[in-house]
Design a protein around this ligand. Structure first.
Ligand SMILES: CC(C)(COP(=O)(O)OP(=O)(O)OC[C@H]1O[C@@H](n2cnc3c(N)ncnc32)[C@H](O)[C@@H]1OP(=O)(O)O)[C@@H](O)C(=O)NCCC(=O)NCCS
Length: 154
């Protein structure tokens, strides 16, 4: 198992899916639960790429559905790790609704996932450190620390 520190770019994850009628309600918008399943999948892949061990989802915070994803849209799901703590990882997921006919896309949903690295006995295990590189990554890394401190106080 590699414990070498990694960059956010090492585990960037992106998946694209077409929204099908089976994903949608009676007015043609994708169900929130379907979108959350895609986000969870992308966050899990991102976490696994970072820590190279099994992971599971401990919490999902700040879920926002900003614009509807319609049948026929391409859902582009992007996951990026913003901080690794001891055994936990904070991963930000954004979902974009891409209209390939119009050639544009808008932010449709976002959420903050906390995933935990697990050993062979399914117990939390230390994960590699994350080294933010860009100013934006450093700021997100800092904010994740603030969020965690605030949660520990509550
Ligand atoms: C997530 C889980 C493994 C944590 O196990 P635990 O014994 O409570 O873990 P610990 O108290 O030792 O904490 C381990 C880490 O998880 C974090 N954690 C635990 N519960 C958390 C929560 N609800 N939200 C955010 N972080 C959490 C801790 O802060 C700690 O992080 P750190 O090591 O980076 O400091 C356990 O609660 C679990 O298995 N939950 C069910 C997960 C699941 O079924 N998910 C859905 C399918 S993937």
């Amino acid at each position: 198992m590699s414990k070498t520190a990694k960059y956010p770019s090492d585990s960037l994850t992106e998946m694209s899916l077409i929204v099908r009628p089976a994903d949608a309600n009676s007015v043609g918008s994708c169900f929130g639960g379907v979108i959350m399943a895609w986000m969870d999948m992308a966050a899990s892949i991102c976490a696994r790429r970072h820590c190279n061990v099994r992971v599971n989802t401990a919490s999902v915070q700040n879920v926002v559905f900003k614009r509807p994803l319609k049948v026929g849209h391409v859902a582009r799901v992007a996951a990026k790790i913003v901080r690794a703590f001891r055994t936990s990882m904070e991963i930000h997921v954004h979902v974009f609704a891409e209209d390939t006919y119009a050639g544009d896309e808008v932010l449709a949903a976002s959420a903050v996932f906390i995933l935990i690295g697990l050993d062979d006995d399914m117990k939390p295990t230390p994960v590699p450190e994350l080294m933010p590189r860009t100013d934006a990554e450093k700021e997100l890394w800092r904010q994740a620390g603030e969020r965690r401190k605030k949660q520990e106080r509550n």
